[in-house]
Design a protein around this ligand. Structure first.
Ligand SMILES: [Zn+2]
Length: 133
């Protein structure tokens, strides 16, 4: 985590925030659990299991609502052609400071495009996450 969730101190000392004494270990555990759900959601997406992926991504975001979790929900919304939801999720990500795509994301986008049989979907998502080629 780059900020103490209690007082907002940047790069808080670990495991106890030096400014407000919040114990950051439990928070880190929750963030780790969220990351686990996110990777399972991405794995499900790659296998074309969109509704399973959505459930897992929802669980990840329930634990830790982060840009890397929300982006999965946004991609699923696009694949479902639910553009209003995708846009709302994207605005939420921007408010949180944006999202830097990882190479892994492009693989997921390619797979979901294949599975949905939608060439233009891949283009839309690639555009959305800033992939240019
Ligand atoms: Zn603090």
């Amino acid at each position: 985590m780059d900020r103490c969730p209690t007082c907002g101190k940047k790069n808080p000392t670990f495991p106890i925030c030096s400014r407000c004494n919040t114990d950051l270990r439990q928070i880190l555990e929750v963030e780790k659990a969220a990351a686990h759900f996110r990777s399972r959601a991405l794995a499900a997406l790659k296998q074309g299991k969109r509704s399973e992926a959505e459930t897992l991504a929802d669980q990840a975001c329930f634990l830790h609502r982060s840009p890397s979790g929300i982006v999965i929900l946004a991609i699923i919304a696009l694949a479902n052609r639910d553009f209003a939801t995708a846009e709302a999720l994207w605005r939420e990500i921007e408010k949180m400071g944006g999202y830097t795509p990882k190479p892994e994301d492009y693989i997921v986008v390619e797979k979901i495009g294949e599975n949905a049989g939608l060439d233009e979907l891949e283009e839309q998502v690639s555009h959305l996450i800033g992939h240019s080629n």
